[in-house]
Design a binder for this molecule. Structure first.
Ligand code: CUA
Length: 331
């Protein structure tokens, strides 16, 4: 009776409760595709073995059940060479069938693309509780949204700034731990354009479950445009220029020691160069003025345990800062 709800639970967890872009069972990339093939193969073999065992078990239960007035013991099979060979050889063959694609996929996924000119190099750093994405060849440092071109390999070098995190984009592949003091590697390649949800998959503190990020898979032209915007682009005109200028002052007083814009500023918090273009604030709230204000007024209530202090800003300062941050829109 417990099996079915358990299976439903597992299925829901694997499919991410129906979100098509948070599902390892609906792969959208090369790596996720290979991993999905392995899942299918091993589940098929497991179901086959399970079915055979249940059928034999049921047959034996009925065939050799206790009958009234019959106290004889059925024929014993201990030492039966034929049977022993059969139940040794079959699992051996099944393990070989599993092992060959498993080992070959493992080697494919472990390939080193660090010197591949066609691969985008990205250094990924896990922080409590946000993700830093650095493109060393393109001189870009950004956060929370990883841009990659479609049908192109992204070779990721994964590190952590504080504790162990784990980088996982279910629809594209994964996952790989980010550890302080060492560098892990993995590659991803998406075969479709779109926005994919990423998660931290290693318990890392009070806001582990809120350590989300996005992967933006765009066409090569869009990617090139993004690179130009990030490196040479200018901010879009602010909706309310006078207020945005006040906000910039607040930013220079209170924020710049931890946050960079245009490559200027501290490195403790996420780089905010293209903050206005991002879908979320702090990875979890929709990026609109109301929610940016909510975050600035009390970061702790949004993401418990995060390093952003409550700056105790008054409403005018918050409004000005919101205007300024929203204006950090690259074009
Ligand atoms: Cu970072 Cu869990």
């Amino acid at each position: 009776g417990r099996m079915l709800p358990m299976l439903v639970m597992v299925a829901l967890l694997l499919t991410g409760c129906g979100d098509p872009y948070l599902s390892a069972l609906q792969p959208k990339g090369t790596v996720a595709g290979m991993q999905y093939d392995l899942i299918k193969l091993s589940v098929t073999i497991m179901l086959g073995v399970f079915t055979v065992v249940v059928v034999i078990f049921t047959y034996v239960l009925i065939r050799y059940r206790k009958r009234k007035g019959d106290n004889s013991i059925p024929e014993q099979i201990e030492g039966n060479h034929k049977l022993e060979i059969i139940w040794t050889v079959i699992p051996f063959i099944l393990l070989i069938v599993l092992a060959i694609p498993m080992v070959s996929t493992t080697f494919t996924l472990a390939k080193d693309y660090s010197n591949d000119k066609d691969a985008i190099q990205v250094k990924v750093t896990g922080h409590q509780f946000w993700w830093e994405f650095e493109y060393p060849d393109l001189k870009i440092n950004t956060a929370q949204e990883l841009y990659i071109p479609v049908n192109k390999k992204a070779y990721l070098s994964l590190e952590a700034a504080d504790v162990i995190h784990s980088f996982w984009v279910p629809a594209l592949g994964g996952k790989k731990d980010t550890n302080p003091g060492m560098t892990n590697h993995m590659w991803l390649e998406s075969t479709v354009e779109g926005t994919f949800q990423g998660r931290c998959a290693e318990l890392c503190g009070p806001s582990h479950a809120l350590m989300d990020f996005k992967v933006k898979v765009v066409s090569q032209e869009e990617f090139d445009k993004w690179v130009v915007e990030m490196t040479k682009g200018e901010n879009a005109p602010a909706e309310n220029k006078a207020v945005a200028v006040q906000g910039e002052e607040v930013f220079k007083q209170s924020c710049v020691s931890c946050h960079a814009v245009d490559g200027n500023g501290g490195k403790i918090g996420p780089d905010l160069t293209n903050f206005g273009n991002r879908q979320t604030v702090a990875g979890v709230l929709p990026n609109d003025k109301k929610h940016v204000a909510e975050w600035l007024k009390d970061p702790e209530s949004v993401k418990p345990g995060n390093l952003m202090p409550n700056l105790k800003l008054n409403d005018d300062q918050v409004d000005a800062l919101v205007e300024y941050l929203s204006s950090l829109k690259r074009q």
